[in-house]
Design a protein around this ligand. Structure first.
Ligand code: DGL
Length: 257
C-alpha cells in the first residue's frame, strides 16, 4: 500500500477470508463507498493465537491502512475486535474504528426461553468482551458457547463442499443437533458455511454481526461528516498478506458467493 493510495476509502480487515462476509454487508448498506479489504491469511487463524499476538498484527494492519489514507476502519473479525478494538481506539481516537461482536442480543431477544448456541473462535469465547455480552444478554435464554477450534482455519482453505468440513462441524457441534432454537455465528468466517452448519444442526434461525456492523459504520461516518459525496457506484479492492494470485482469486470467489 502506498501513501494516500486509498485516500477516503474505508479500510476493512480480518485474519483472512472471513471478513468478506462483513464486507458484503458493508457494500450492500453503503454502495457508493469505496472499501479496501485486507486479509491477513498468512497469519490465520487469529482465534488460536494469544491476544497479544492478535493485537500486534491488528495494529500493523491498521497503521498501513491509515497511512494509505483510509478514513475509517472496520475490524471485520470478532477475535481481533475482542483482542484489539479498545487499544486501537485509544491509539487513534480521531478515526472511526468499528468492530464486530457475536449477535447475541438479537438472538436472545428472538428466542425467549429457548436455547441459543454461540459458535466462535476459542479466543472470542475466552475474552472479557464476550463475558460482558453474556452478563448483559445471556440470561434471556439458555446460552451455550462453543469454541470451534480449527473451523476458521479449515474455511480459509476454501473447498467448502468437501465432506471433511461437515465432519469437522459435526465433531464440534453435532452433539447439540435438535436441542438448539437459534445459532449465533460469532466468527466472520462461519457465514460461508451456514448451509453446512444447518445440515448438522437443523433449520433454526441464524444470526451474525454483519448487518449491524454495516449500520454502525453508516452512523459513524454520518456523525463524522465522512460519508462519501459521490453518487456513483463505489469500489472494492482486495489485499492479502498471502499475496498470491490464487489467494486473491479465493477472496473474489468468497465475495461473489
Ligand atoms: N474471522 C475471525 C473472527 O471473526 C477470526 C477467525 C480466526 O482467524 O481464527 O473471529
Amino acid at each position: 500500500m502506498n501513501a494516500d493510495e486509498y485516500k477516503g476509502w474505508v479500510g476493512v480487515f480480518d485474519s483472512g477470508v472471513g471478513g468478506i462476509s462483513v464486507l458484503r454487508a458493508l457494500v450492500s448498506e453503503l454502495p457508493n463507498e469505496r472499501f479496501v479489504y485486507y486479509g491477513d491469511s498468512a497469519h490465520a487463524p487469529y482465534g488460536e493465537k494469544t491476544p497479544e499476538e492478535v493485537l500486534g498484527l491488528s495494529r500493523q494492519i491498521v497503521e498501513q491502512l491509515l497511512a494509505a489514507g483510509c478514513k475509517a476502519i472496520v475490524i471485520a473479525c470478532n477475535t481481533a475486535t475482542s483482542a484489539a478494538a479498545t487499544q486501537l481506539r485509544a491509539a487513534y481516537p480521531e478515526v472511526p474504528i468499528i468492530g464486530v461482536e457475536p449477535a447475541l442480543k438479537p438472538a436472545v431477544l428472538g428466542t425467549p426461553d429457548g436455547t441459543v448456541l454461540v459458535m466462535a473462535t476459542p479466543m472470542t469465547v475466552r475474552l472479557e468482551k464476550f463475558q460482558h455480552l453474556m452478563e448483559e444478554w445471556g440470561s434471556g435464554a439458555r446460552v451455550i458457547a462453543v469454541p470451534c477450534e480449527g473451523l476458521a482455519a479449515r474455511i480459509e482453505r476454501g473447498k467448502l463442499c468437501e465432506p471433511d468440513l461437515i465432519d469437522l462441524i459435526d465433531s464440534l457441534v453435532g452433539g447439540y443437533a435438535g436441542t438448539v432454537d437459534a445459532v449465533v455465528l460469532g466468527c466472520t468466517h462461519y457465514p460461508f458455511v451456514l448451509e453446512q452448519i444447518r445440515h448438522v444442526l437443523g433449520d433454526v434461525p441464524f444470526y451474525d454481526g454483519g448487518a449491524g456492523t454495516a449500520r454502525q459504520l453508516r452512523r459513524r461516518l454520518a456523525a463524522g461528516g465522512l460519508l462519501t459525496g459521490r453518487d456513483v457506484e463505489g469500489a472494492v479492492a482486495f489485499l492479502s498478506s498471502k499475496d498470491t494470485p490464487e489467494e486473491l482469486a479465493l477472496y473474489q470467489r468468497f465475495f461473489q458467493t
